[in-house]
Design a protein around this ligand. Structure first.
Ligand SMILES: NC(=O)C1=CN([C@@H]2O[C@H](COP(=O)(O)OP(=O)(O)OC[C@H]3O[C@@H](n4cnc5c(N)ncnc54)[C@H](OP(=O)(O)O)[C@@H]3O)[C@@H](O)[C@H]2O)C=CC1
Ligand SMILES: CC(=O)[C@@H](O)[C@H](O)COP(=O)(O)O
Ligand SMILES: [Mn+2]
Length: 383
């Protein structure tokens, strides 16, 4: 029985993780959960899975839930401390980080320091402090398992292979909600249009990131840290069907790919079961004859500048990816709140990167300061 701590249990990845646990009660037990403010979904998860530990974002919700479940053998907590308590929960073997944004960084580090296996969906953790996270995992001898579909695809392709034989990683990209639009047609697009992802049903923030192609930029940096392949050998390939979830090229020219219908339960479950697999009854099976042909093209760095910003920030290193991520989180939140236009997202990121003085080999404190400073700068640009 694998005991799981699930951070972000009420979100898109969190609820799909619950579906995987529900399908295999003989394999998985949910020991601890955290979530933000969706109390209804949180209550349902508590009633169904009976975790021993529950943390919620706000203190008043913590008081409310603690009272509601006073008759149950459940410990409650709240806030960032609660995320950390869940991440290191003694009666868990694996910590699934399905939190959104760089708030996932410290819980990830604490889980690693507690020798937990970390199944990481929270890509912002690696973008903002990849050097610290990967060094901590190496020092503690703990596994950092990718949940992100492209990185899971690469991870699956690498089973039985030597990383030293890899010459290229090829991250596929759907192109997002605006893949057919010209630069001119990106002006004045609405939040609703941006949230209309062609292939995946995801949380709001990542869906906007997909539309700006910042998601793929974050994934390039995530791949750099997970697999140690130079940026010059990490390619992005537009593939509008999202059937090939990514590919690995080896020194002999051979290329391996992982395919499947777009369903996040597959990478989530594989992170929990690898190197073995378990059945997934409700996942639609891929029949390529249904598609006839698949499409591929090079990314358009001029039309979607965020991908370029991510590559450049990643190559510069230090606090630049931290600033890229924080500025993006703040700008996307402003766009979702209707306070700025879609193309203002890349504008805010560019201006924040230009204003930042890079700090090389930053420690956690410098990372957290750069994160906060970038967010404040983006807020200062609001007219
Ligand atoms: N969705 C997807 O298909 C994919 C997502 N990812 C990555 O996975 C991560 C999660 O994405 P996604 O599931 O879409 O995001 P969602 O916004 O759907 O879910 C985020 C989760 O985090 C919780 N949360 C937010 N703030 C806090 C907090 N301060 N304390 C505790 N919990 C908090 C939310 O709680 P609540 O809702 O209750 O407020 C929710 O459960 C992201 O890093 C994303 O990039 C990667 C690949 C695919
Ligand atoms: C499902 C998943 O892993 C997301 O990151 C998805 O890949 C977003 O798709 P694009 O960024 O390719 O549009
Ligand atoms: Mn992805």
């Amino acid at each position: 029985m694998k005991r799981i701590s699930l951070l972000g249990a009420t979100g898109s990845i969190g609820t799909q993780t619950l579906e995987v646990i529900r399908e295999h009660p003989e394999e998985f037990e949910l020991s601890a959960i955290t979530f933000g403010s969706n109390l209804e979904a949180g209550r349902e998860a508590i009633k169904e899975f009976k975790p021993k530990f529950v943390s919620v974002k706000e203190k008043e919700d913590y008081i409310r839930l603690k009272d509601e479940f006073s008759g149950e053998a459940i410990s409650f907590s709240y806030g960032e401390e609660g995320n950390i308590e869940a991440a290191v929960y003694t009666e868990s073997d694996v910590t699934v980080n399905a939190l959104l944004g760089s708030i996932g960084l410290v819980p990830t580090l604490k889980a690693i320091e507690s020798k937990k296996t970390v199944a990481l969906a929270n890509k912002e953790t690696l973008v903002t402090a990849g050097h610290i996270v990967t060094e901590a995992a190496r020092k503690n001898g703990t596994a950092l398992l990718p949940v992100d579909s492209e990185h899971s695809a690469i991870f699956q392709c690498l089973q039985g292979e030597n990383l030293s034989d890899v010459t290229r990683l090829i991250l596929t990209a759907s192109g997002g909600s605006f893949r057919e639009r010209s630069r001119e047609e990106l002006k004045g697009v609405t939040v609703e249009e941006a949230l209309n992802h062609p292939n995946w049903s995801m949380g709001a923030k990542i869906t906007i990131d997909s539309a700006t192609m910042m998601n793929k930029g974050l994934e390039v940096i995530e791949a750099f840290w997970l697999f140690g392949i130079p940026y010059s050998n990490i390619d992005v390939l537009l593939h509008k069907e999202s059937i090939i979830h990514s590919m690995v090229e080896f020194e002999d020219g051979s290329v391996k790919a992982q395919l499947g219908t777009p369903d996040m339960k597959v990478p989530i479950q594989y992170a929990l079961t690898h190197p073995s697999r378990l059945p997934l009854q409700n996942t639609k099976r891929l029949n390529l004859w249904d598609h006839g042909k698949l499409h591929f093209e090079k990314p358009d760095f001029a039309r979607f500048k965020c991908l370029h910003f991510a590559y450049e920030s990643g190559k510069m290193g230090g606090t630049m990816p931290t600033v890229l991520n924080a500025a993006n989180e703040e700008a996307v939140a402003q766009f979702l709140a209707g306070r700025i236009e879609f193309l203002d997202i890349e504008d805010r990121i560019e201006r924040t990167l230009e204003a930042h003085s890079l700090i090389g080999n930053p420690d956690l404190e410098a990372i957290q300061h750069a994160d906060q400073e970038a967010r404040a700068f983006v807020r200062s640009l609001l007219n």
